[in-house]
Design a binder for this molecule. Structure first.
Ligand code: NAD
Length: 245
């Protein structure tokens, strides 16, 4: 059976790094992103990459994506729900529209893509990896929408693992620590960067490929008895018990 992976938020950052690792393993990769221009640019020169623009928070667009993927490409054996939006704000100043936007991409998007590709994954006895965050594991004063959406992703992972296990589908969650991507650097002030360096036992930010390696491993047969897990890839941050900066 052909090995096809699907990665959302694949135009840059952790999603692009994951795409490149899958391609290096010989998989074909359906690259999904709502930034059509950046997606086309990212896929140029990547042999085996199939860029398909889609907003993961739009139910109709996701249904069309799944139908097209099945008809034109085939069943997928790995789905990485990585598309995400960052938001920093306390409850009193987070407006409801922004709350809904963050939930729609970070949580609804994982639900919609997972639901749309379940029949495909049943056929391949494939794997799902959902990207949450260390913000799923720790509350903070600044992340009412982002942290809540990511805690939802972590719980949804366990729901999916329990429900889909009988079909041989494994579902796990990666909780990255800070990585210098566009998403993080839009909200991380110098004060936050310094605080993370002090709080993380390895005293640094992670790199996209360090997160991607964990994702690709969880999708591989090497992780064949691992399901329902939340893997923090965070330089040891969670182990410290310290609150988020
Ligand atoms: P990034 O901004 O570099 O990449 C995110 C990608 O998702 C972008 O290409 C963007 O266009 C795409 N995207 C956003 N909304 C979308 C939508 N509705 N439909 C389709 N695509 C959409 O960010 P990143 O840091 O690589 O983030 C990847 C994931 O990792 C996110 O879920 C993020 O929350 C998570 N994460 C990142 C960090 C970090 O420090 N960078 C830490 C913890 C978790």
């Amino acid at each position: 059976m052909e090995n096809i992976a699907l990665v959302t938020g694949a135009a840059r950052g952790i999603g692009l790094a994951t795409t490149k690792l899958f391609l290096a393993e010989g998989r074909r990769v359906i690259m999904v992103d709502n930034d059509t221009e950046e997606l086309a640019h990212a896929a140029t020169d990547l042999t085996g990459a199939i860029p398909l623009p889609c907003d993961v928070s739009d139910p109709d667009a996701v249904a069309q994506l799944a139908a097209r993927a099945k008809a034109e490409i085939g069943n997928v054996s790995a789905v990485v729900n990585n598309a995400g939006l960052a938001d920093f704000g306390p409850i009193e100043t987070t407006d409801f529209e922004r709350w809904r936007q963050v939930m729609a991409t970070n949580l609804d998007g994982v639900f919609l893509i997972s639901q749309a590709f379940t029949s495909s994954l049943k056929a391949t006895r494939g794997a799902i990896v959902n990207i949450a965050s260390i913000s799923a594991l720790r509350a903070s004063t600044l992340r009412v929408a982002y942290g809540t959406s990511k805690a939802g992703v972590a719980h949804l992972t366990q729901q999916q693992a329990v429900e889909l296990g009988e079909h041989g589908i494994r579902v796990n969650c990666v909780c990255p620590g800070p990585v210098r991507t566009k998403l993080a650097m839009a909200v991380h002030t110098q004060q936050i960067i310094d605080a993370y360096h002090d709080a993380i036992p390895l005293n640094r930010y992670g790199q996209e490929t360090e997160i991607a390696e964990a994702i690709v491993w969880l999708c591989s047969d090497k992780a064949s008895f691992v399901t329902g897990q939340r893997l923090a890839v965070d330089g040891g941050f969670e182990a410290t018990g310290i609150g988020l900066p």
